[in-house]
Design a binder for this molecule. Structure first.
Ligand SMILES: [Ca+2]
Ligand SMILES: [Ca+2]
Ligand SMILES: [Ca+2]
Length: 483
């Protein structure tokens, strides 16, 4: 059955209010009294597809996120606007592409962009239309201070707590690698902290407490989870769930760079250091431990929502800010234009939606969340948004959706992802092209085969025409210490 969009929105949005009114025999509810959806917005830093519901790693343990996935719509082909934190989050939260604002990396402050100086962020927009917007943890790039954009929030609460102490020997990092051989934050190890004293638990507990309060307005509750961002220090109980010697490693092709242009990426020093010290399995163990820790924190919030009076009228959105390489393409970390760095989890749960529990294969972007939420929340559309509302897909996950999406990593460096293809073009004009129907690991670059010229031209049309200069960095933005 097909409905016009505005009618769908009415159906989706007013179910709780209408059924309550009908039950009381009062007829329809006057528009101004319609209960609006609340929003629970959960950001997970540096989480790639190693979650049960995406099947990215067979040994991952993410029961809480998997439960949410069964209750909502999973976007299996969701991509970041930029494959690094600050810029991805700036794009998501302002609705502008990086290439329109000049916020390409971690060191440019979003309000220093001429375009973003006075832009309304998603929480500001919702707040202008009656929402109470609150946050704790990493939503914008750096929690606390101007980088967390205090003007975006009615309430922003600082993060507290400790991840605990890790053992280390003189001259070595906690992971046993000599100091100086990998970046200082590329470290891991079990800590002595109790789960209940760690920052992400405390962020989650705070969010859970907000769900137990009577709110006189609809709310937008943002909870930012830091792990699995480096350093991978979490309580020992999470490491204990994964045995190093049993860890399954991602498939790696040592010859992968034979067909990658000079203007593209190179193998990372980290990759060879990890291999030199035989740490490949420990890396997997530590990342999975941190994901399981993040999942446990997310469970605290989701359990609280389920027990609360907001369970039936709260939209839940769970998103990672970009992907992460764990050896694929001879790299660790992010900041590339390949699938591993560009793809991340996205779940949208709208109570009462018939698509809940389904997986959507349409190609979508985090940039689409702003217009999706304004539509779901029945507030005006912000015409500055460069993304596209996903509401039609939420109503019908199989809807035809031929909108290739873009990830940017630096000025004039873009990847276009369509249903079947990834096309990369660097600033020097060099290219890569991968056919995902036969090459999900992106091993064979087809860009130099004239047979694919037509496909390249078709994909290249989606590359942004406007590519503004990078907003000068302040050199203070990246307190995470990672890329
Ligand atoms: Ca993967
Ligand atoms: Ca990140
Ligand atoms: Ca290759």
């Amino acid at each position: 059955m097909k409905f016009p969009l505005n009618q769908l929105r009415f159906l989706a949005l007013s179910l709780p209010a209408v059924s309550a009114a009908v039950a009381q025999g009062t007829g329809d509810t006057p528009p101004e009294e319609k209960r609006k959806y609340n929003v629970l917005f959960i950001a997970v830093d540096d989480l790639n597809d190693w979650v049960g519901f995406l099947g990215g790693h067979p040994q991952t343990q993410t029961p809480n996120m998997d439960k949410l996935a069964r209750e909502g719509v999973v976007f299996e082909k969701a991509y970041c606007p930029v494959s690094v934190s600050n810029a991805s989050r700036a794009a998501l939260l302002t609705g502008y592409r990086a290439s329109s604002t000049g916020i390409y990396g971690n060191d440019s402050f979003l309000r220093d962009s001429k375009v973003l100086e006075k832009a309304k962020t998603l929480p500001q927009w919702l707040s202008d239309y009656g929402y109470f917007c609150m946050a704790r943890g990493k939503i914008f790039h750096t929690p606390g201070g101007p980088w967390s954009d205090p003007q975006s929030w009615n309430l922003q609460v600082p993060t507290e707590g400790r991840y605990g102490h890790v053992e280390r020997k003189p001259g070595l990092m906690a992971n046993g690698i000599p100091v100086g051989e990998v970046d200082s934050n590329f470290d891991w190890g079990p800590t002595d902290a109790a789960f209940e004293e760690t920052p992400d638990y405390l962020n989650a507990k705070w969010a859970a407490e907000q769900l137990a309060i009577d709110h006189d307005r609809p709310f937008f509750l943002a909870c930012g989870i830091f792990r699995p961002h480096l350093n991978w220090y979490v309580p020992g109980e999470f490491f204990d769930k994964f045995r190093e010697d049993e860890m399954i490693l991602p498939t790696v092709n040592e010859e992968d760079y034979n067909d990658i242009p000079e203007g593209g990426y190179q193998p990372a020093r980290d990759y060879y250091t990890i291999r030199k010290y035989g740490k490949e399995r420990e890396v997997v163990q530590a990342y999975l431990a941190c994901i399981n820790y993040a999942d446990s924190c997310i469970g605290v919030v989701l359990d609280a929502l389920e027990k609360s009076k907001y369970a039936d009228n709260t939209i839940v959105i769970l998103w990672g800010d970009h992907g992460w390489h764990l050896g694929e393409k001879l790299r660790y970390k992010k900041v590339t234009l390949w699938e591993e760095a560009c793809r991340m989890p996205l779940i949208i749960k709208v109570p009462g939606l018939s698509s809940n529990g389904m997986h959507c294969q349409a190609v979508v972007n985090l940039l689409d969340l702003y217009p999706t939420l304004t539509q779901l929340c029945s507030v005006p559309h912000n015409t500055a948004n460069e993304g596209r509302s996903l509401v039609p897909l939420l109503k019908n996950v199989e809807k035809r959706w031929n909108y290739p999406t873009v990830t940017t990593m630096g000025q004039n460096r873009h990847a276009v992802r369509s249903d079947s293809w990834r096309y990369i073009r660097y600033q020097d004009g060099s290219e890569e092209l991968y056919d995902h129907r036969t090459d999900t690991l992106e091993w064979t670059n087809l860009a130099n085969d004239p047979k694919y010229d037509r496909i390249k031209r078709r994909l290249a049309k989606h590359i942004p025409q406007l590519n503004v200069d990078k907003v000068p960095g302040k050199g203070i933005g990246d307190t995470s210490g990672a890329d």
